[in-house]
Design a protein around this ligand. Structure first.
Ligand SMILES: OC[C@H]1O[C@@H](O[C@H]2[C@H](O)[C@@H](O)[C@H](O[C@H]3[C@H](O)[C@@H](O)[C@H](O)O[C@@H]3CO)O[C@@H]2CO)[C@H](O)[C@@H](O)[C@@H]1O
Length: 734
């Protein structure tokens, strides 16, 4: 990008900051084009001191397993540039022994609490910095969750582009406020693990803009330092050499000033990747130390003019500018992945684990009221007998579940299992606890009968495809609970009429068998709570807090209701815009629990909706700032609603705003999330939810005009407690 364009765009960025309250809480994170312009100026000065060899080195990883981090580039002595350390990942410092295992992205999304998510990012950033990590490989809003059983969905924030976008931006702002580069991944269309390194994702122009690109646009707007291109092909061309998506969408349309780093071994050619928009190759060789595509080969290609010197300079400047942007050129800690950096961050981990718990069903059994006797049942109530970290990259589902498996995991520094925390609480209440730490349905009668509450634990897991767990090679082939969970719950419900089912899962499971059992009095969707698993659960089971999580995906009545299937060859994304609730709404399919659903121990009433708007139909016209045209980020309408806690205990509600586009727009999902807020309210208290709608929030992508358009006519505004529990409606006209 040119310096003049940054200077011109600085003013536009200030307008955005004043008009979009959501981002005002940003602290020391770099802010917009002016910060990039200063970083680019310094990058240009450094560039002039670098040899062609230096430039090739700074863009080329040193090779797999040849440095202290999962990704490393060599130091460049001539400019005082360090050996750069890139380390996973989205929930903390992978392989760290003195760091925390933060709550997975999907649990953070389930809180719908932007400030908790931002703090989570800031703490991940602080720990990465403390370990000398320059670039932390997260967050991961791709996959978004086209497939309910997609192996890596749990690394991101939920099956909706808006929720993913807000959570992604807040996470990046948090991470980068600690002076650490954030990498947003995986760009783009990597929605399944099966065949991810061979398949092509064919995604139409409107769908890519409105669904898959959306969170990445928010990431670029939050000044993310780098973007990781994915393994798959997009529309027939490898993502890491795809001119249309890297140069076209990312760098030109979104004005991305940072650098594109390859997923590990996702590069296929020397010249094609350089010309197609890749800026840094990782890890630099294949896992056997071979297959080196840049380094010497790139040097030759530049000397032969097959790749221009200007392109190599551009790659180098992007990498240097990101380093200067985060002020990593002075006083940066030395690399020590084993550093002790935990601080008090477990408070955030417990808060996210707890506030992400979704209460799905409660016939009055919860919160527990000093029961005399309880039973705790299931192998996932206790920690893995071999230790919480016994399986490499968490590649098993044994014992209590806190995260899925793969590169997006960390080591647990400790693990509080449900049984540990329940026992501690029970002791102080004088409750007797009996335990069956297996999933054996036939032996459950004796432990479950005669207790005041039988708490039964079931799970489902998934992860990255290089590990197969219990025959699951990444993506879940079905949405059933593992380890005969349905049969276990059935047996418990036969022995006892006061059953509480606790689910730990990487994504939706079909609950129909469990739902039909009269003995099941509560279903607690505890998600993926990481190391604070048991503590977070006890907070909710005993009413220390009222549950306040909301589902970040739909729980359908059957797998086929979702309308997508993991592809065995290439995938033409035929469902288009219609994934998750967009599909259920469009096809008028009743889910069991809809996107955005979650109960509380109190009640909330919604009233007094007000809509003010100066939205005008037509295209966006602003200059390009990081994230897209500047005016896309201008507030054009505001909706407010009064929320009152009309129940008897303190609680938090998440009012959600959905829009329905006017009939002049091309056919669109019936409802699309475009705002949410989390209000903590004492009994009887009221608060105002304010939803600021930006131009982009009211626009569709017009494939002919190649622009975002606000359609003319009347927009439906729905405000509710879920995507289907709409309490207030209004309209606005553009
Ligand atoms: O970690 C950086 C990015 O890497 C991708 O995941 C890779 C993961 O980090 C790595 O540990 C794993 O390596 C295994 C390899 O695939 C396998 O063939 C070999 O036998 O064992 C290796 C060690 O277990 O490879 C993963 C890629 O296949 C992620 O996609 C990305 O998100 C990470 O940021």
């Amino acid at each position: 990008m040119h310096l003049q364009s940054f200077a011109l765009l600085a003013a536009a960025s200030l307008v955005r900051a004043e008009t979009n309250g959501r981002h005002d809480a940003r602290q020391t994170a770099p802010t917009g084009p002016e910060a990039w312009a200063a970083a680019y100026a310094r990058a240009s000065t450094a560039l002039s001191k670098m040899s062609q060899n230096d430039k090739v080195n700074i863009v080329t990883g040193v090779g797999w397993d040849k440095g202290p981090c999962v990704g490393n580039t060599p130091a460049i002595g001539s400019i005082g540039y360090p050996q750069l350390c890139l380390q996973d990942g989205p929930l903390g410092v992978r392989f760290g022994t003195g760091s925390n295992a933060f709550t997975p992205g999907i649990q953070a999304g389930s809180t719908w609490d932007v400030e908790l998510i931002r703090q989570r990012g800031a703490y991940i950033g602080a720990e990465a910095r403390g370990c000398g990590v320059h670039n932390i490989l997260g967050p991961a809003p791709g996959p978004i969750g086209k497939h309910p059983g997609g192996g890596r969905n749990w690394e991101g924030f939920g099956a909706d582009p808006y929720l993913q976008g807000i959570a992604t931006a807040a996470t990046i702002e948090g991470i980068q406020s600690a002076g650490v580069q954030s990498t947003v991944k995986h760009f783009i269309g990597n929605e399944q693990e099966l065949n991810r390194e061979t398949m092509s994702s064919t995604i139409d122009d409107r769908t890519i803009h409105e669904l898959y690109l959306w969170p990445f646009a928010e990431a670029v707007h939050a000044n993310v330092a780098s973007v990781m291109c994915s393994y798959n092909k997009v529309n027939g061309t490898w993502a890491c050499e795809n001119d249309k998506i890297l140069n076209g969408l990312l760098k030109n349309e979104l004005g991305f000033p940072g650098y594109v780093v390859s997923d590990w071994n996702a590069q296929h050619t020397t010249n094609g990747a350089a010309i197609g928009g890749l800026d840094m190759t990782m890890p630099g060789s294949d896992y056997n130390g071979k297959g080196i595509l840049w380094g010497g080969l790139l040097n030759q290609a530049v000397s032969n003019n097959q790749v221009s010197k200007a392109r190599l300079d551009d790659m180098t400047k992007r990498i240097l500018a990101s380093w200067y942007l985060l002020k990593q050129d002075s006083g940066y800690p030395r690399i020590n992945i084993k550093a002790n950096v935990q601080g008090n961050h477990k408070e955030n981990i417990r808060a996210v684990a707890r506030d992400g718990i979704v209460l799905l069903k409660n016939s009055g059994i919860l919160p527990l009221k000093k029961p005399t006797k309880i039973a705790v049942i299931g192998s996932s109530a206790v920690v893995n007998p071999k230790g919480a970290n016994a399986c490499v990259d968490r590649g098993c589902n044994t014992g209590a579940l806190g995260m899925g498996w793969g590169s997006g995991t960390t080591e647990y520094p400790y693990f509080v299992a449900p049984y540990d925390a329940i026992k501690t609480r029970a002791q102080s209440d004088g409750t007797t606890v009996s335990l069956q730490n297996s999933d054996n349905a036939s032996g459950v009668q004796s432990v479950a009968s005669g207790v005041d509450a039988a708490i039964v634990f079931i799970t489902a897991s998934s992860g990255e495809g290089y590990i197969t767990t219990e025959s699951v090679a990444g993506d879940r082939p079905n949405l059933d609970p593992w380890h005969n969970g349905n049969q276990l719950v059935q047996a418990v419900a036969q022995a006892n009429q006061n059953v509480v089912v606790v689910v730990h899962s990487t994504g939706p499971i079909v609950l129909e068998t469990i739902q039909a059992l009269p003995g099941v009095k509560a279903i607690v969707w505890a998600g993926l709570p990481s190391q604070e698993n048991g503590n977070a659960l006890v907070d909710v089971l005993y009413g220390l807090v009222s549950p306040s999580g909301k589902l970040p995906y739909t729980i359908g009545k059957s797998q086929s209701d979702y309308g997508t299937k993991v592809s065995t060859g290439n995938d033409n994304f035929a469902e288009g815009l219609y994934i998750d609730y967009r599909h259920f709404d469009n096809q008028k399919i009743a889910p069991r629990y809809e996107f955005g659903f979650g109960l509380s121990y109190t009640n909330f009433t919604f009233s007094d909706i007000e809509v003010t708007s100066n939205a005008k139909s037509g295209p966006a016209t602003g200059a390009v700032v990081p994230g897209g045209r500047a005016d896309l980020f201008d507030n054009v309408a505001t909706v407010t609603a009064k929320i009152t806690n009309s129940g008897g205990v303190l609680g938090a509600e998440v009012p959600q705003l959905y829009i329905t586009l006017p009939s002049s727009a091309p056919s669109s999902p019936p409802k699309q999330l475009r705002g949410f807020a989390k209000l903590k309210l004492a009994p009887g208290a009221s608060g105002t939810a304010t939803f600021n709608l930006r131009r982009k929030d009211l626009s569709y992508w017009d494939t002919r005009q190649q622009n975002w358009i606000i359609p003319s006519g009347s927009f439906g505004i729905s405000v509710g407690a879920s995507s289907r529990d709409i309490r207030l409606t209004g309209t606005l006209t553009a």
